[in-house]
Design a protein around this ligand. Structure first.
Ligand code: XMP
Length: 522
């Protein structure tokens, strides 16, 4: 299979670059710019993309790469910092720009360049830089410019070296994916054979080979990743797989039963499925606990204890399977260059006392959207595969303050109504307009605040909790904006929650961006 390397210079969009490449059906991996040349030579690459980064390439100690990288005969595309660094190393000059370009910028491109084939001569790009290429290295010519930037893209066709000053990977560059396609498919000549049906097929074969007649244990959380991992493993080794599904009582309404319907007896897959109904155990541990980090810790630890107890009953296994996906690998610092930003861990972690020989992580190379495609390919129901992200500690961090069984029911019911109405409105919009609603949130849920207030219901005075509705638009979940859900939909939700959910007499809509807020409330 053709492979492209995304060499990470610390840019915030590095994963996005890799995803765009994969969208062109080309397999790629992210590695730090510290990766040595011998390793790179051994990768059998079709192309190399250098990402952006926060530095100035002419400063001492700035991330760089030796000239050899550009002499391998492999096509190289530098993006933003990557483009500047390429010029810096190959005899050009990069300087601080008199006019800093930031945001959507009009650009003229040379449509004769292979990089811009099928791109209109006048288009828009997303700029984000302080420095600019004031002089190109020998052999390069400029193939794009903006009002303030004479070299918005440069190429040396004979050496197959390309640089783009802007960010083609972000949505604000509408023709950007086409440019990346032009590079990986046309310039690098990748066949475009990275497809999810062949991924599933090949992975099943590889898993069979690796596992042989061994026993596999998987902790199933009901989330997308572990569900798809379960589906893949079940297809590969069937009854050799045991899935332990711990219901911690902090799942969304009906979620436990939905998971059981797919993976349990009579479901689609032929595996050993163990459901542990540990709700009471978790509620007992959480009684009287208010502090968010403490709650997270209790839930995480208890989850591992329950899982271990079940694992002990099963006895020793050969493999412990995990639903690790590619962003987990990159973010944990193993792949790329970016710092570890998220400190939270999935519930599950690595149990200390499970007796196994090896770990299998069949989704380790996939992005989330690819995991979903693989899930659909495996025949896992759409409702499960397309599920929005849900935190490991579940409703435990969507109930502010102490968690009780009663509060769990309240938040489950409110959340169910909210999702039902939003989904209904989203579907109606799409049916009518043939495209998703512009306000379509990437994550939305109801939470239960710890605030009680006075209200009236009929003739009676009430003193009940306030529910909070959250909905965000985000690309990477690191930053987010509140989604602009139409007011009439919010009002329907509010009316239904107050009418149908006992214990709630007030509904708030959370407008907070991230930062300074977070997406979850605790
Ligand atoms: P925050 O609240 O950090 O959330 O802005 C960012 C994204 O991460 C999810 N999230 C978690 N996911 N375990 C998880 O698996 C966790 O402990 C956890 N905490 C937050 C959150 O739902 C959002 O998508």
């Amino acid at each position: 299979m053709d492979k492209v390397l995304v060499l990470d210079f610390g840019g915030q969009y590095n994963q996005l670059v890799a995803r765009r490449v994969r969208e062109c059906n080309v397999y790629c991996e992210i590695y730090s710019y510290r990766t040595d040349i011998e390793t790179i030579k051994g990768m059998n690459l079709k192309g190399i993309i250098l990402t952006g980064g926060p530095n100035s390439c002419y400063e001492e100690g700035a991330p760089t790469y030796s000239k050899e990288l550009f002499e391998l005969g492999i096509p190289v595309l530098g993006l933003c910092y990557g483009a500047q660094m390429m010029q810096h190393v190959l005899g050009g000059k990069v300087e601080r720009a008199a006019v800093q370009e930031y945001g959507k910028t009009e650009i003229s491109v040379d449509t004769g360049s292979e990089l811009f084939s099928n791109v209109p001569a006048e288009t828009v790009c997303w700029m984000s830089h302080f420095d600019y290429i004031s002089k190109m290295g020998p052999g390069f010519k400029s193939v794009a410019h903006t009002k303030d930037c004479p070299v918005a893209a440069a190429e040396d066709v004979s050496r197959r070296l390309y640089g783009i000053q802007f960010h083609p990977e972000v949505l604000h560059t509408p023709e950007g994916t086409k440019m990346i396609y032009n590079f990986v498919r046309n310039i690098c000549g990748c066949a475009g054979d990275w497809k999810m049906d062949s991924f599933v097929e090949n992975t099943v074969i590889a898993l069979r080979e690796k596992i042989g007649s061994g026993k596999v244990l998987l902790g199933l959380s009901g989330g997308v990743d572990s569900s798809v991992a379960a589906g893949l493993l079940a297809r590969a080794v069937g009854k050799q797989l045991t899935c332990v599904f711990v219901d911690h009582g902090l799942l969304r309404k009906n979620e436990g039963d939905e998971v059981e319907a797919v993976f349990g007896k009579g479901g689609k897959f032929d595996l050993n499925f163990v459901r542990v109904n540990a709700q009471d155990r978790f509620y007992a541990k959480l009684a009287g606990v208010n502090e968010p980090e403490r709650k997270r810790k209790i839930i995480g630890e208890e989850f591992i204890r329950v899982f271990e107890e079940e694992a002990k009953k099963i006895g020793s296994v050969d493999f412990l399977a995990q639903g690790t996906i590619y962003p987990d690998v990159v973010e944990s610092g193993l792949g790329g260059e970016s710092a570890v930003i998220k400190s939270h861990h999935n519930v599950g972690g690595l149990p200390d006392f499970v007796d196994f020989k090896e770990i299998v992580e069949p989704l380790r190379n996939l992005f989330k959207d690819e995991v979903r495609k693989a899930g659909l390919e495996l025949g896992i129901p759409k409702a499960l595969v397309m599920r929005q992200p849900f935190p490991g500690p579940g409703l435990g961090i969507r109930i502010i303050g102490e968690v009780t069984a009663e509060k769990v029911t309240i938040v489950q019911d409110a959340d169910y109504i909210y999702r039902q109405e939003v989904d209904k409105a989203l579907e109606a919009y799409e049916a009518e307009n043939g495209k998703p609603a512009p306000w379509k949130p990437d994550q939305y849920y109801a939470a239960l605040t710890n605030m009680r207030s006075v209200g009236v219901m009929g003739d009676e005075r009430t003193y009940d909790y306030a529910a909070a509705l959250r909905a965000v638009k985000t690309i990477d979940f690191m930053t987010a904006e509140a989604a602009n859900i139409p007011f009439d939909i919010l009002q329907i939700v509010m009316n239904r929650i107050i009418k149908e959910v006992r214990g709630v007499n007030r509904v708030f809509y959370d407008l907070t961006s991230k930062p300074p807020g977070t997406i979850e409330m605790e």
